[in-house]
Design a protein around this ligand. Structure first.
Ligand SMILES: [Zn+2]
Length: 366
């Protein structure tokens, strides 16, 4: 393979096609990981790409194949994730280049210190002849394990909203304030937290979590006057997610009104859901079946490089089972049999994608 490192620190290797068609399939994932997390997060997808090229044993296709190890996916240093894949879709701007790490070193300086030239970042941008991206990634969760399936095809990466909810009552004495005269913010919050869980269980595919609760004044003998909660909600459909959030906030207002509390909400983050390319989902499923692997479609509750790449090129994401469903855990393992199936499915994917028309993808993404 012809190996290079681009200006964003992405490690790239090109496996030539049988002729110079100019068309290129991209396969890869990220090389970095979260401190103290699993050894397979990201790098499994890069190693699988290289293993696939090895398994080809010299066989060539009409298109060339590029294997990529994306740099800085987890956003540990600059607080912004997906730096490597952002460079591919041309989303590293001046503001991002000026963002600083904890030692006050900017991203621009870090790239230079690594021996690369940040003014060459545009060279990393994906070219129109790249017709698809395939990412293998260890599942960061227990779904495949619970289904007893080694591999799964991701249909969509969930949309995500984070917001802060506050109930405001009045501090008063726990021993002297009769129940009907209280404005207990914590009791109101508790009632609403129950509703969040109920709603999450009743809407298919919804994840809703009250992650942090702060109670004031938090003193013995005092009825709580303020409760601040951070809430995380995710769903593969933005419409369902926004509808559910609106419904839950309405219920919160109702709880507050009934209990004579004030209620406040602050939206902190809104990420839209990203669908993987339906044509590639179909090909990936077929490749899994041909490899003798029962296919299973799933949704990713977490962002991956494929989510960024999907902005510019048709993308597919295949999860490999994480035994015991471990995620962000140093004890994360992988089954050699699952890896063998992943390689075998990848070989089928390379054959099946030959018919995937570049024309349709170019017009869809132009
Ligand atoms: Zn990852």
């Amino acid at each position: 393979m012809r190996v290079s490192v681009d200006a964003a620190g992405n490690l790239r290797g090109i496996y030539s096609g049988e002729s110079v068609s100019g068309e290129r399939l991209l396969i890869g994932s990220h090389l970095d990981t979260v401190p103290n997390a699993g050894p397979y997060d990201g790098v499994l997808g890069v190693a699988l790409g290289i293993a696939l090229m090895e398994a080809l044993d010299g066989q060539r296709f009409t298109y060339e194949i590029e294997i990529v190890g994306f740099s800085e996916e987890s956003g540990q240093r600059f607080g912004v994730p997906f730096l490597g894949s952002r460079a591919w879709v041309g989303r590293i701007d001046e503001t991002l280049l000026e963002s600083k790490d904890s030692s006050d070193i900017s991203l621009r300086e870090a790239i230079s210190q690594y021996g690369l030239d940040p003014s060459n970042l545009h060279d990393a941008v994906v070219t129109p002849d790249t017709f698809a991206f395939l990412e293998y990634h260890i599942e960061r969760g227990p779904v495949l394990e619970s289904l007893h399936k080694p591999l799964g095809v991701v249909e969509a990466i969930v949309g995500r909203s984070r917001f802060t909810v506050e109930f405001i009552g009045e501090p008063s004495n726990s021993g002297t304030t009769p129940m009907h005269l209280r404005r207990d913010a914590l009791s109101g919050a508790a009632e609403w937290i129950g509703m969040v869980e109920q709603e999450a269980k009743s809407v298919n595919g919804l994840f809703a979590t009250v992650e942090k609760v702060e109670v004031f004044p938090g003193a013995t003998g005092v009825i709580p006057s303020n409760v601040t909660m951070s809430v995380d909600m995710r769903h593969p459909s933005d419409k369902t997610l926004n509808g559910t959030i609106a419904r839950l906030l309405e219920k919160a207002r109702h709880v507050a009104q009934k209990r004579r509390l004030r209620f406040d909400v602050h939206r902190n983050l809104d990420h839209q859901a990203v669908a993987m390319h339906p044509g590639l989902v179909h090909i990936a499923e077929r490749a899994l079946r041909l490899a003798g692997c029962p296919s299973s479609r799933l949704v990713s509750g977490y962002g991956h490089d494929a989510m960024i790449m999907a902005e510019k090129i048709p993308s597919a994401l295949i999860f490999v089972r994480s035994p015991d469903g471990l995620s962000q855990h140093p004890g994360m393992q992988i089954s050699p049999a699952d890896v063998e199936l992943a390689i075998s499915s990848g070989l089928h994917f390379l054959k099946e994608i030959t018919g995937f028309s570049r024309k349709t993808t170019v017009s869809a993404y132009a």
